[in-house]
Design a protein around this ligand. Structure first.
Ligand SMILES: Nc1ncnc2c1ncn2[C@@H]1O[C@H](COP(=O)(O)OP(=O)(O)OP(=O)(O)O)[C@@H](O)[C@H]1O
Length: 475
């Protein structure tokens, strides 16, 4: 939690009592909050704030010269975005209530309870961070720009939906909260996780763990490591991957099938930032940022008891859903070119072009394996091609039976189908007229290649050939 302070301005502590200042600083420092500024004279606050940004103010109400009660309305008026926690004596709860009504974020009573101080600071910082994210997000939506487009270089897309995701990624990258990335297999969840890590400003490593099929013993050992002698074969201490991700990012892929026990351990890791290596009772701390991904719809697994509600809501702090390729078909030609180039380079061949029929067919194909499937298909096709052109014949796996019913929607005018037909024919057409229209469109798109046109139309090549002959004979 507190590593968000790396990206936030300091906390300002204002009290004329040196003992309170000393205790508070020590308590905050023990929790890793070293970014604290101190003022012991309340008259200095307003000039100080004019030159120095702060993320939170902890203000004693009883100070000479200018009391906290006098200052609070000024702070709320001039710095409404900075939360103020007031400190008052235990027997003056009325004043505390008055301060909350006036806009203070929280109140603490003296003598100071350390736990209460820390939880209040934690809550206030979380609010500051969320409000900063909201403001940045609003600015992005208004400006539609990316501050670090190079962070997304390896993600090829022209989709508006993906661009909106990039903007969100820029906003949440520096947060300390977990990120849940959902989407079908092969849509690019890991690429997005890497972009978040790149933009996070964290210096540590990006460590990935594929949690699919891991039982709790292996999950714990992989993540948390073990102590020598913890089980048979544990002949030396082993650091887990959480330690390897210190100061960096831990990417847990495919968390949809985690056992109940592993889910509890993950929740503890996210919430408390603590874990025990197997066989050790020495609690370890971590500052690794946690990103998880799944192709399951976790919310639907909660009622069946397969996924814990508390973990789900904790993971939802920042949520990114990546649409399948079928919902961003505009990316297919771009990705096709990108993979043709990559494949040619990897296979040391001159870069081929895709024939028009290949582009048309792939643009309507339903890729269950999304970008990964397209990637594999194109690499295989380039390996098989022996000219400057990748034709349909190079896609051996792409047989008619594997093709879904052709979806011609992207090829038709982007109006209601009925309207498009009216516009084309000038009246409502007959079935025969629509068939002729579809056949000539498919033949045009495939440069007259009957095999490809038949695939597009979802009919046998012989049927198309017969139909074309009949039309030519004027039947
Ligand atoms: N927009 C894209 N541009 C370029 N390559 C992409 C894009 N999206 C995905 N890829 C490539 O597709 C493959 C699958 O991507 P990735 O591993 O990120 O998907 P995933 O959603 O994490 O998959 P899984 O759920 O199976 O783990 C990778 O080789 C990746 O480089």
């Amino acid at each position: 939690m507190y590593s968000i302070l790396n990206s936030l301005p300091p906390i300002l502590l204002v009290d004329d009592d040196p003992v309170v200042l000393e205790i508070s600083i020590a308590a905050l420092q023990a929790e890793g909050i070293g970014n604290v500024q101190v003022l012991n004279d309340s008259r200095k606050i307003m000039p100080f704030l004019e030159t120095t940004p702060v993320s939170l103010i902890i203000l004693d109400l009883m100070m000479p010269h200018l009391t906290g009660l006098d200052l609070l309305p000024l702070l709320i008026r001039d710095y409404p975005h900075i939360p103020v926690i007031v400190m008052t004596s235990a027997d003056d709860v009325d004043t505390a209530v008055y301060c909350i009504k006036a806009g203070a974020a929280d109140y603490l009573t003296k003598p100071m309870e350390i736990e209460r101080l820390l939880s209040s600071v934690q809550r206030a910082l979380l609010l500051t961070e969320l409000s900063r994210e909201n403001t940045t997000l609003r600015d992005y939506l208004l400006n539609d720009c990316l501050q670090h487009p190079d962070a997304f270089d390896e993600i090829i897309t022209s989709s508006k939906k993906m661009r909106a995701i990039f903007q969100y990624v820029e906003v949440v990258a520096s947060s300390d909260q977990p990120v849940l990335i959902t989407g079908q297999t092969g849509v690019g969840k890991e690429l997005i996780a890497r972009a978040i890590a790149r933009l996070s400003g964290r210096k540590g490593a990006f460590v990935t763990v594929n949690a699919a099929g891991l039982d709790d013993t292996i999950f714990s050992d992989t993540l948390f490591g073990h102590k020598k002698g913890a089980f048979t074969g544990a002949d030396q201490n082993r650091e887990g991957l959480v330690s390897a991700a210190a100061g960096g990012t831990l990417f847990l892929d495919e968390i949809g099938d985690l056992s109940e026990t592993s889910q509890i351990k993950l929740l503890r890791l996210i919430q408390e930032k603590e874990f025990y290596p197997t066989g050790s009772d020495l609690l370890k701390k971590t500052d690794a940022r946690i990103i998880v991904a799944t192709n399951h719809d976790l919310a639907t697994q909660i009622p069946a008891g397969k996924f814990r509600k508390d973990l789900y809501y904790r993971l939802c702090s920042h949520r990114i859903h990546i649409p399948p390729l079928s919902e961003r078909r505009e990316d297919i030609p771009l990705l096709l070119d990108h993979f043709l180039e990559k494949a040619a380079r990897a296979l040391k061949k001159p870069q081929p072009k895709a024939s028009r029929e290949v582009t048309a067919l792939l643009s309507t194909y339903n890729f269950d394996g999304n970008v990964r499937e397209l990637h594999a298909m194109v690499f295989d096709a380039v390996a098989r091609s022996n000219g400057g052109l990748v034709t349909l014949d190079c896609f051996v796996g792409l047989t008619r039976s594997e093709l879904p019913a052709p979806d011609l929607t992207p090829l038709l005018p982007k109006k209601e189908l009925g309207e498009a037909l009216y516009a084309h024919f000038g009246r409502f057409p007959t079935i025969r007229e629509v068939e002729d229209y579809l056949i000539s469109t498919a033949m045009g798109l495939t440069n007259g290649n009957q095999r490809s046109a038949a695939m597009l139309l979802g009919i046998a090549r012989q049927t198309l050939s017969k139909r074309l002959n009949n039309t030519a004979a004027g039947e």
